[in-house]
Design a protein around this ligand. Structure first.
Ligand code: ADP
Ligand code: MG
Length: 244
């Protein structure tokens, strides 16, 4: 059974249709990437899965649990979806220590204190930053802040990670390191990951499979090798083959 299943999803904002018949699945433990130019609908797809946007048509399931099914009027609110999400901007609270930044979602969930501290420590340990839990965000490098954001997503022990261009605020050198590190962490944890990027190199190096999107349509889904060597259309060839 696929871990994430998106069936015939469409999304309109007012009169503007931004996603058309989006249909794909992500296997358990897979690193799956949505790749496409800015404005093609990657974030909207992720936001619909996260419950930050409401699809106009279609269905979304995680494992055997329906999160959204327009035809059956099913809609699970975002806080009940058990997903970890990291955005392009890490959005840490500047006035809170790293530990407090991670405690914040747990406070909302009324976790008991010992359990909360254990979860925070474990999550920071996974990203190799447990020793920095009493620092403030500005005392950390961009790469470290990005890892804290990832730790915060892991604190819930989610079954699925949704990552929206998490490396794009880093400079080129840090981005290279962060890529290698992210790939290692994902395979160590074996966590099903849906990744969004406009960077073809990033997609080709990180992913088990890639879905290439243009104008709200998924044009091709395949392994990095298939996408690179056998692009389905001239547009895919031009986008995936072009250098940054
Ligand atoms: P990407 O993440 O691939 O850059 P987005 O999913 O952010 O693309 O956006 C897809 C399209 O939907 C864009 O044309 C964007 O302007 C439009 N869009 C996104 N969010 C909204 C919104 N809340 N209201 C209206 N249009 C939106
Ligand atoms: Mg986006």
């Amino acid at each position: 059974m696929p871990e994430i299943r998106v069936s015939h999803m469409a999304k309109t904002f007012g009169d503007v249709s931004v996603l058309h018949d989006i249909d794909f699945d992500v296997k358990d433990g897979e690193f799956f990437t949505l790749l496409g130019p800015s404005g093609c609908g990657k974030s909207t797809t992720l936001n619909c899965i996260a419950g930050l946007e409401d699809p106009t048509e279609g269905a979304i399931a995680i494992g055997d649990r329906a999160l959204v099914d327009r035809s059956k009027r099913i809609y699970v609110p975002t806080e009940e979806r058990n997903l970890g999400m990291v955005f392009q901007s890490y959005a840490l609270w500047p006035h809170m220590t790293i530990k407090k930044n991670l405690a914040f979602p747990l406070n909302i969930r009324h976790a008991d204190r010992a359990d909360r501290d254990r979860r925070i420590h474990e999550a920071l340990d996974k990203v190799g930053l447990a020793h920095l839990e009493n620092r403030y965000p500005h005392q950390l490098s961009g790469g470290q802040q990005q890892r804290v954001a990832l730790a915060r997503a892991l604190v819930y022990s989610p079954t699925v990670l949704l990552l929206d261009e998490p490396l794009s605020n880093l400079d080129a050198k840090l981005r290279e390191q962060a890529r290698a590190w992210l790939k290692r962490l994902q395979s160590d944890l074996g966590i099903t990951t849906l990744y969004v990027t406009h960077d073809q190199d990033e997609a080709l190096t990180l992913s088990d499979r890639i879905a290439v999107m243009f104008d709200g349509v998924m044009t091709q889904i395949g392994s990095p090798k298939e996408i690179y060597e056998r692009p389905a259309t001239a547009a895919v060839a031009a986008f995936v083959g072009s250098c940054n």
